[in-house]
Design a protein. Structure first.
Length: 324
């Protein structure tokens, strides 16, 4: 049995599932509103569990062949919390849910698992920290809430800096009746210019700023269990895509297959090992003076465009990982 955790809107998941179906591989899909629960039988020398989806039995632990964390995270039954009036009981219930969720993730990570539960969007500061420890080149970066420090950084970078999301790259634009975030818009990389700097208060919410790189072109690399598939993106040929290539997919900018230099491939492998990830999409900039500068990694990023550009059929490679 192959367990797949994904979202309804994810096209690549459907393609992978079609390959599993073609090969008669049994699988169970958990979507964003599906609840999972594990029941355990623990003895002196054995640790077994049974998997349930929405109260329906799915399989036993020894029947699990592989697990794929594509998009949606673990969702357990949240009974109790809304019925308690005392804050202490609410806290107890939340801790109970947390313990169950963490144990499920631990069990699945012990299996053959593609992706890492709980790491849907990697901490940018941790990413940059690990890059520095591996001597991987990154943009000069400042994470601050001080206008004074930001002004000094802006001058040090030749008055050319950018800012982007520090964590979750989406901004809520609507709330439902329950007060929960209902719809989002993407947060893109934007420049920070002098008028904007001058309008800032002395202190603001903690934010990330980086030097604006002199790009030659950009690279999107997909790392899959030791294999790397890369495309070159000539974003600088289109003004709309020059700062953030994601804005230029409809602009006609050129993309093509690309082979990373051996040393850069080694850095990608070292980085993914240090991050404890066996899947992820990486963004790299090649500067006009031919430096390879690592920007970030997305543990469950989109890979369809790279798959098509490189004619590598990453969907089938994912299916093969799960089946073999």
């Amino acid at each position: 049995m192959i367990l797949v955790f994904t979202e309804r809107a994810d096209l690549n998941s459907r393609i992978v599932l079609s390959y599993l179906n073609d090969h008669n591989e049994p699988f169970e899909v958990f979507l964003e509103d599906d609840a999972i629960e594990l029941e355990y039988c623990i003895k002196r020398n054995t640790f077994d569990y049974r998997v349930y989806k929405n109260h329906r039995f799915v399989c036993t632990s020894n029947q699990i062949k592989a697990v794929w964390y594509r998009r949606t995270d673990i969702q357990v039954y949240r009974f109790g919390t809304g019925e308690f009036s005392q804050e202490a009981l609410k806290t107890y219930s939340e801790e109970h849910i947390k313990a169950r969720s963490e144990q499920i993730k631990r069990c699945f990570h012990a299996k053959k698992c593609l992706g890492k539960f709980g790491v849907g969007n990697y901490n940018k500061i941790e990413f940059l920290e690990i890059c520095t420890s591996l001597d991987i080149e990154i943009p000069s970066t400042l994470v601050t809430r001080s206008k004074e420090q930001l002004l000094d950084f802006w001058k040090d970078c030749g008055e050319e800096i950018i800012t982007k999301s520090l964590a979750f790259p989406f901004e809520c634009i609507n709330y439902n009746e329950s007060g929960e975030m209902d719809s989002y818009r993407m947060g893109y990389t934007v420049p920070v210019r002098k008028p904007e700097l001058e309008s800032l208060p002395d202190f603001f919410d903690l934010s990330i700023f980086q030097e604006k790189l002199d790009k030659l072109f950009e690279i999107r690399s997909i790392f899959l269990d030791g294999k790397i598939y890369s495309e070159a993106i000539f974003s600088q040929s289109r003004e709309v895509a020059a700062l953030d290539y994601r804005l230029g997919y409809d602009s006609g900018m050129r993309m093509c297959n690309y082979t990373l230099p051996e040393q850069i491939e080694k850095q990608v492998e070292q980085l993914m090992t240090a991050l404890d990830l066996n899947f992820g999409s990486l963004d790299i900039v090649v500067t006009k003076d031919k430096r390879y500068v690592f920007l970030e990694v997305n543990p469950n990023g989109q890979y369809g465009a790279v798959s098509q550009t490189t004619n590598s059929n990453v969907d089938y490679e994912v299916a093969k990982f799960l089946m073999n």
